[in-house]
Design a protein around this ligand. Sequence first.
Ligand SMILES: Nc1ncnc2c1ncn2[C@@H]1O[C@H](COP(=O)(O)OP(=O)(O)OP(=O)(O)O)[C@@H](O)[C@H]1O
Ligand SMILES: [Mg+2]
Length: 215
Amino acid sequence: MAPGLEVTGLTVRYGDSPPALSDVSFSLRPGEKVALTGNNGAGKSTLLLALVGILKPEKGEIVFNGQKLDRNNLAALRKNIGLVLQNPDDQLFMPSVYDDIAFGPRSHGKPEEETRQVIHGVMEKLGISGLEERLNGRLSGGEKRLVSLAGVLVMAPDILLLDEPAAFLDPPSRSRLIGILADLPQAMILATHDRDLAETLCGRELRLERGHLDT
Ligand SMILES: Nc1ncnc2c1ncn2[C@@H]1O[C@H](COP(=O)(O)OP(=O)(O)OP(=O)(O)O)[C@@H](O)[C@H]1O
Ligand SMILES: [Mg+2]
């Protein structure tokens, strides 16, 4: 069994349009941090959505720790792959901050006290302690992004897929985030236009050009 993620010949299309991803192949080793770059519309978000099964590929396969991603094991594999969407408004769905972050651990049956401790730790690290009782709809853009990150970090998935994680963050939040991500042992794919972020955190770059991986 090959550990990590292995993507082969992935082709994804929206409706009748030309493919948003064409024949994309790459692998990600456990613990490896990779930057996913490319111009607007190159297919970065599409790739991340396909990796968690939100978009169904027209062709190709995704193999995670030796298991091919398909309809039957999607739920199990999703527990191990955490995606933070480009737009936090698409990610946050519970009314309050605390309930949103707690949703994942609760739905996996984690005891409430343990959940509380994990959330407390992650919120403190991200610098958002004190927002627990706030309503998601009334947070600033940066606060929303940090809350949606917290919701994925509390699950400690094997692979983190982060779509523009530093967009709209102020300099202190951005450097806090870089510190946190640098310290995480997990593999991650970081879709970003932020070259400095990519170079600081990632040892390798995957560059998409109109749906093709530039190799
Ligand atoms: N829901 C959708 N329906 C139809 N086409 C879509 C949809 N989402 C994205 N696309 C198209 O697919 C292509 C890839 O889009 P994608 O969002 O993956 O790009 P991206 O690299 O993430 O860009 P950005 O840097 O702007 O976030 C683009 O041509 C886009 O217009
Ligand atoms: Mg995108």
